[in-house]
Design a protein around this ligand. Structure first.
Ligand code: DAH
Length: 338
């Protein structure tokens, strides 16, 4: 004769096998294994059994509970798999998928990286400074006091506390010399700002690579050699480079640099791409004053500096007609440089 628990198990298994959906299956589970279910009731009843019967019935009860739990799990897994294949049956796997759009670097970023690579090969290290600057770093320390006419040409945006958006990356020259003694060989790529009328060649924000080389007996020949090499690496070996005398408060002598190359659209025309010169002794003196030492003794150290207009270089190299395109986020433009 079989034990009533075995009878119970057989009934439950029949019901599980007969359940037509998940809801019916859940009802079976509650009826047998739920808190008020039959199996739980047997658990309660165990307390009333005698010492001899207890372990036998206990063991049987466990076996029945395990058998039912696993039968329920199997049945519910069957329903889940059925549901999944029904859903998949409605998907047309032969349809093409959504293509993943791949981004690319902005043409100005590409230009800056190319420039940085060339200077790195010549042993220049990267230096950095903030876009929001003190008036002293942007002007006074660069031999451009408050009443200097050169300040008119570099009008900018001022913060209420008197700080300003730097008009050039030359500020990083000062910051570098404040924190390190010579020799120095750095470049500083970054944004600069001016309150100019915005047009095809002027933008309120533009980009420069600043360079500074300070050592013993650095001369104009070093300046010329370095920048000629740079321009030829960038624009091709037959690029002509011209150093045109100019004025900057922070260099003496000073030059503007023009390039001309058949490889470039607009070919046989000189195009201005940079300012440069030999660091003015007054700049070294001002740095010494701020440092409180004589590290940049102008009798001992000389240096050259330059500032390259990166937007201009990118416009020449990639044949871009309007500087405003860089900031318009027009994918039809940007995708041409992917
Ligand atoms: N800061 C100048 C400008 O933005 C460019 C420049 C000229 C930088 C001469 C220099 C330099 O370092 O020596 O117009």
């Amino acid at each position: 004769m079989s034990h009533p628990l075995e009878q119970l198990r057989d009934d439950a298994q029949r019901e599980i096998a007969g359940a037509s959906d998940e809801k019916a299956l859940e009802a079976v589970r509650v009826r047998y294994l739920g808190r008020n279910g039959t199996i739980s009731a047997w658990g309660e009843q165990m307390k009333t059994l005698g010492q001899e019967e207890k372990p036998i019935v206990g063991k049987l009860l466990n076996q029945v509970r395990n058998a039912l739990t696993s039968a329920l799990d199997q049945a519910s897994e069957k329903f889940r798999a059925q549901k999944e294949s029904e859903t998949l049956a409605h998907i047309d796997i032969s349809l093409p998928g959504t293509p993943a759009e791949r981004g690319s670097l902005h043409p100005l970023t590409q230009m800056l990286e190319r420039g940085i690579q060339i200077f790195r090969r010549m042993g220049f290290a990267l230096a950095d400074g903030p876009d929001i600057e003190t008036e002293w770093h942007c002007f006074d320390a660069l031999n451009t006091p408050a009443d200097h006419p050169a300040r008119n040409e570099q009008d900018t945006f001022y913060l209420p506390d008197g700080r300003l958006l730097r008009t050039h990356t030359s500020t990083v020259q000062i910051r570098t010399m404040q924190s390190a003694a010579p020799p120095i060989r750095v470049i500083a790529p970054g944004a600069a700002y001016r309150r100019d009328e915005v047009d095809a060649t002027h933008s309120a924000q533009f980009h420069q690579i600043e360079g500074l080389y300070v050592d013993q007996s650095v001369s104009v020949a070093d300046l010329k050699g370095t920048l000629e090499f740079f321009m030829r690496e960038l624009f091709g070996a037959d690029t002509a480079v011209r150093f045109r005398p100019h004025y900057f408060p922070f260099t003496e002598p000073s030059f503007e640099i023009d390039v001309k190359s058949k490889a470039l659209k607009g070919g046989e025309r000189w195009i201005e791409v940079a300012g440069s010169g030999m660091v003015h002794p007054a700049v070294f003196e001002e740095v010494n004053k701020a440092r409180g030492d004589d590290a940049y003794d102008p009798e001992k150290w000389t240096g050259f500096a330059f500032g390259l207009g990166m937007d201009r270089l990118a416009m020449i190299l990639f044949d871009i007609p309007d500087i405003r395109l860089f900031a318009q986020n027009d994918l039809r433009f940007l995708k041409q440089f992917a």
